[in-house]
Every structure is written in C-alpha cells, then in structure tokens.
Write a protein that binds this ligand. Structure first.
Ligand SMILES: Cc1cc2nc3c(=O)[nH]c(=O)nc-3n(C[C@H](O)[C@H](O)[C@H](O)COP(=O)(O)OP(=O)(O)OC[C@H]3O[C@@H](n4cnc5c(N)ncnc54)[C@H](O)[C@@H]3O)c2cc1C
Length: 162
C-alpha cells in the first residue's frame, strides 16, 4: 500500500478564560491550535522534516518550538503551563489524500491513508463507502480516492497537510 507513518506531536495547556471558538491553522508556519470547551489550548505543528516511521516518543525540541510559535501567535499564552504533550502517527500517502474504495481483490475495500484529516471525514466517508460496498450510487463521488490513481497517475496533491 502507498502509505507510511509519520510522527506528529501535540500538547495541551492549562485552562484559560474562553476566547477562541474555531480551530485555527496557520499555513505560513504549519501550526494549528484550538481552545477546548474547558479552556485548555490544544496545539501542534506539521513538521516537514519529520522522518518517516512509526515513532511515538515526545521531544523537548517540539515543546520548545511549539511554545515559541504559540506565543508569537497568541502573546497571552506567554508563561502558560503545559499540562501534557504526546505523539501520534499520520498515515500519509504520496499525495496526502486518503485511499478509499474497492481494490482488485473482490470484496476487499480500503479506507486508509487519511494523512492527518481522517477524524473530520469519518462520518461522511463512512456513509459513502457503505453505499459503494452495497453497490448503490454514493451520495458523493469518491472515485477520485480509489487506489488505482497511483497506477493511472491521477494524483490529487493536497498542499495543506499540516
Ligand atoms: C497529532 C494528530 C493530530 C490530528 N489532528 C486531526 C484533526 O485535527 N482532524 C482530523 O480529522 N484528523 C486528525 N488527525 C488524524 C486522525 O486521528 C486520523 O486520520 C484517524 O484517526 C484515522 O482513523 P483510522 O480509523 O483510519 O485509523 P486509526 O485511528 O489509526 O485506527 C486504526 C486502529 O487499528 C488498530 N490496529 C493497528 N494494527 C492492527 C492490527 N494488526 N490488528 C488489529 N488492529 C490493529 C490500531 O490500534 C488502531 O486502533 C490527527 C492525528 C494526529 C496523530
């Protein structure tokens, strides 16, 4: 399968007074952050220099760099205490788009390679893939995500994978 693991780290701060509703993503430096309903700020960075591999350790370098960028974007976080940090893996494909749909093996369907955005797509892709499995027209055309795009060359490169 054209998919590999890539570590992504994240941290959470102590709670603050509510100031932010949407999740914010900065394409200039690859940082993203969100204030949770209980006030804590959750944040991470897409690091293009991260090596491929199933590594799940947390690093001091991430903590330091994340803190530096967070304070630049939100000066009020200066002095904030970090409650915890952790790491997970993105399942990345060559064009940073998921692989969903049928395979050359009859009865075997894929739903993988979400490249860091699989949580938000889960409800809609679950429905669309179930419709494909049942042989009915899906409510949205998911054929651009089929595995065969790596043979035909019809890749859909996603520039905003952080
Ligand atoms: C730091 C970070 C931030 C993220 N932020 C976002 C975000 O803001 N929005 C968003 O939409 N997505 C985000 N994602 C991505 C999202 O978490 C994934 O795209 C999503 O979880 C993928 O779901 P999945 O079910 O395909 O795989 P997973 O959630 O990885 O589930 C796979 C499961 O299979 C199990 N498994 C593995 N091997 C075997 C085996 N051999 N036998 C049995 N079980 C096995 C694993 O234990 C796991 O439970 C983020 C990911 C990370 C790491």
């Amino acid at each position: 399968m054209p998919v590999y693991a890539e570590r992504h780290q994240i941290l959470v701060t102590e709670p603050f007074e509510h100031t932010l509703d949407p999740m914010v993503l900065c394409f200039d430096d690859g940082t993203y952050w969100k204030q949770t309903p209980r006030g804590a700020f959750l944040m991470g960075i897409g690091d293009p220099s991260e090596a491929k591999g199933n590594v799940l350790t947390s690093t001091w370098q991430f903590l330091q760099e994340m803190a530096r960028r967070a304070v630049r974007h939100m000066p009020k976080l200066s002095g904030a205490r970090v409650v915890r940090q952790w790491a997970g893996t993105y399942d990345i494909t060559p064009d940073s788009q998921a692989v969903v749909g049928p395979t050359p093996v009859g009865g075997l369907f894929l739903n993988m390679g979400w490249s860091g955005h699989g949580f938000q797509f889960a409800p809609s892709i679950g429905q669309a893939l179930a419709e494909v499995v049942l042989g009915v027209k899906p409510f949205v055309d998911i054929s651009p995500l089929y595995l065969d795009r790596f043979e035909t060359g019809r890749l859909i490169p996603e520039p905003a994978c952080v």
